[in-house]
Ligand binder design. Structure first.
Ligand code: ASN
Ligand code: ZN
Ligand code: CA
Length: 335
């Protein structure tokens, strides 16, 4: 018998948060029965395929809020549990999707994977999310945008199924960056305010720079801003660039601006000046395109068609939104 509870989590990246927990006997567990029974497990530096050990606690106050090199630290678990919770709420409340498979069943999360493992990954086979602890075991890869990014890989594989190579692979990665970013904005968390950067909290480069920039993807030194015939040869984390750029331009428009204290400067291929339609509409258009019009082999040209079909269905074929979708694709050299 387990009773639904709300615990207090001292996270590393998102301040003090309320998290869904359960009470089993006299022990609290990181098991959120209000969100498809999402559970968070401790891998304790193991790389075995097991789930690990479910996190438990005596008083339902979790983590110290400080980075810890301990393999039993609850802090990384708080961030992962909270990230899954916000991602669940975002998909349910904004997009009407009831979990990754849209069947009301949650994936599970596991933290402290490997030793100083600097990655996080989604797996369709375990239907689970795995997070490493990062360099020196002190910067776990458990930020909100990374959680939203990785779990979105599960959504993509249960919908369009975009193949993870070539142009469709870039679109798969961009889909994760787009909804990972949407999750971060949706959280409205004062310690991790929304931005169009990916991984700005986890400092994977060790110099404070994010992994990716959606306003101008080339800022990372490897991603493409615009489509070209050689795009498909890039790693999927770089061929995502034009679609990330499209999403920024569609949401916010071109040029220089500051949003939540972060400065952006988004260029266009054809020197056009664009006005955004807002992130909420851009998110709805991308989701409808992903779930109704894209397939495993959709390329950039196909993504243009799919998002135009989505915009037409949502807002009409003569709408401002439809025209903005067309203009934003043209601005990243997809026409
Ligand atoms: N973090 C990476 C990603 O989501 C993991 C990977 O490369 N499989 O793409
Ligand atoms: Zn990814
Ligand atoms: Ca971010």
């Amino acid at each position: 018998w387990e009773a639904i509870q709300t615990g207090t989590g001292n996270s590393q990246y998102s301040g003090t948060v309320t998290i869904g927990t359960s009470l089993s006997g006299s022990t609290y567990q990181l098991s959120d029965t209000s969100r498809g029974t999402h559970k968070t497990y401790n891998k304790a530096r193991s790389t075995s395929s097991s789930a690990g050990t479910l996190f438990t606690d005596a008083d339902d106050t979790w983590g110290t809020g400080a980075a810890s090199s301990s393999s039993t630290s609850q802090t990384a678990a708080v961030d992962a549990h909270y990230g899954a919770q916000v991602t669940w709420d975002f998909y349910k409340n904004v997009l009407g999707r009831n979990g990754i498979k849209n069947n009301g069943v949650a994936a599970y999360s596991r933290v402290h994977y490997g030793n100083a493992y600097v990655n996080a990954f989604w797996s369709d086979s375990c239907f689970c999310m795995t997070y490493g602890d990062g360099e020196g075991n002190v910067k776990p890869l458990t930020s909100l945008d990374v959680a939203g990014h990785e779990m979105t890989h599960g959504v993509t594989s249960n919908t369009a199924g975009l193949n993870y190579s070539g142009e469709s692979g870039g679109l798969n990665e961009a889909t994760s960056d787009i909804f990972g970013t949407a999750v971060e904005f949706y959280a409205a968390n004062s310690k991790d305010t929304g931005d169009y950067l990916i991984g700005e909290k986890i400092d994977i480069n060790g110099d404070g720079t994010p992994l990716r920039h959606m306003d101008q993807p080339s800022k990372d030194g490897s991603s493409a801003n615009y489509w070209s015939s050689s795009l498909a040869n890039l790693d999927v984390h770089y061929s995502s660039g034009p679609a990330n750029h499209f999403f920024f331009l569609l949401s916010e428009g071109s040029g220089a601006k500051t949003i939540n204290g972060v400065s952006y400067n988004s260029p266009t291929y054809n020197s056009s000046t664009l006005t955004g339609i807002g992130r909420d509409k851009a998110v709805k258009i991308w989701y409808k395109a992903l779930t109704e019009y894209m397939t495993s082999t959709t390329n950039y040209k196909g993504a243009r068609t799919a998002t135009l079909s989505a915009a037409s269905a949502l807002y009409g074929s003569t709408s401002t939104e439809y025209k903005a979708v067309a203009a934003a694709w043209t601005a990243v050299n997809v026409s």
